[in-house]
Design a protein around this ligand. Structure first.
Ligand SMILES: O=C(O)[C@H]1NCC[C@@H]1O
Length: 344
């Protein structure tokens, strides 16, 4: 056996959503901030994302993260997030995996019963509150960068669906948020494939018809994901809702999606349906749950914003020395349209 690249990967999932954590083998990534490093990886080192996420090592429903030292004196560590078709600025499930791996493998010291961390994501600093017991991280609560709405109740034309009402909101990724009931969905597991087909169409139409520009950062990705929601309900004073986020190239997030939950908090707040401090139990299509809240209010450029928190749990599933043999016929992996829907 000889490898021309070896990556040390800790396999992990947060509430069902895979978020592998690459803890070694990448080497130096130029850039002052994690956003700079994300741009560099995207432009010059995308072979790493393809090796980890494309087949035969990865799958369409995998995400990964590269742990990198941060130049920000406030941050204990930084990370760049890799997904099937993009490098998002932020991800809730991936951040839970990163924090859990950093503490459970001893890269950063764990303090029981609570370890407070500041991590640098490409979207900015993320404060993380980890509950820890007997060497295990039992909950990761992250305070996201501000989430806000670009458009509320905008109308778009979608092939096969006609006019669709959408909210466009940023929660670390930029979402087209659509009411699933109006499209005839309950957000049930049996609807997963149809939800993905509809979600991908809505995303494409929204990105074309409602261009967005993140204040002060022209390199921030635009609309890349759809969130399909079930109605918000109140039970015994508790806000509860279900959603599924359709992650490109077209599959359901297995977790309740931390950035989608953040975007939904911004939409609910803008529509007067949640107040700061209230708690939302946000469920995924698989039945897993994040506990979400609005920690405060902010502004992003001229947009009124909320500061979201999202809490969930991650579990390490394995340790992997991932290698690339020089004779491997797929140095950049491959994607087949059965599960990837198109070739990349
Ligand atoms: O939790 C999240 O924000 C995400 N899960 C996978 C896709 C999104 O990045």
């Amino acid at each position: 056996m000889r490898f021309r690249k070896t990556l040390s990967v800790v396999d992990c999932h947060a509430e069902g959503e895979v978020g592998k954590v690459v803890v070694g083998g990448v080497g130096q990534v130029p850039g002052q901030t994690m956003f700079d490093k994300k741009l560099y990886l995207e432009a010059h080192m995308d072979d790493i994302r393809k090796m980890v996420l494309f087949e035969p090592r990865g799958a369409a429903w995998h995400n990964a993260n590269i742990i990198l030292p941060s130049n920000n004196p406030e941050a204990a560590m930084g990370y760049v997030i890799l997904e099937s078709t993009e490098y998002p600025a932020m991800s809730g499930s991936n951040t839970m995996c990163v924090a859990t791996v950093l503490l459970e493998t001893g890269i950063l010291p764990m303090q029981e019963p609570v370890t407070q961390l500041t991590l640098e994501s490409p979207a900015g600093l993320i404060r993380v509150h980890c509950e820890c017991k007997d060497g295990k991280v039992t909950s990761v609560k992250l305070v996201n960068q501000p989430a806000f709405c670009y458009h509320l109740d905008a109308k778009i034309e979608v092939e096969g669906l006609g006019t669709v009402n959408v909210d466009i909101a940023y929660g670390g990724m930029t979402f087209a948020v659509v009411d699933g009931t109006s499209l005839g969905f309950d957000i049930a597991p049996s609807e997963a494939r149809q939800l993905c087909e509809v979600g991908e169409k809505i995303k494409a139409a929204a990105a074309e018809q409602l261009p967005v520009a993140y204040p002060g950062n022209p390199d921030m990705p635009g609309i890349t994901i759809t969130e399909i929601t079930a109605p918000l309900r109140r039970e015994n004073g508790q806000l509860i809702a279900r959603n599924t986020c359709i992650v490109s190239p077209g599959r359901c997030d297995r977790s309740p999606c931390g950035t989608g939950s953040s975007a939904r908090l911004a939409v609910l707040h803008a529509k007067g349906q949640i107040r700061p401090g209230e708690v939302l139990h946000h469920h995924s299509i698989t039945g897993s749950r994040f506990i979400c809240s609005i920690e405060g209010l902010a502004k992003v450029g001229d947009y009124p914003a909320v500061i979201p928190s999202v809490a969930g749990q991650a579990w390490i599933t394995g340790l992997n020395q991932m290698g690339m043999d020089p004779t491997d016929p797929y140095p950049n992996g491959f994607t087949l349209t059965d599960t990837w829907l198109r070739e990349f």
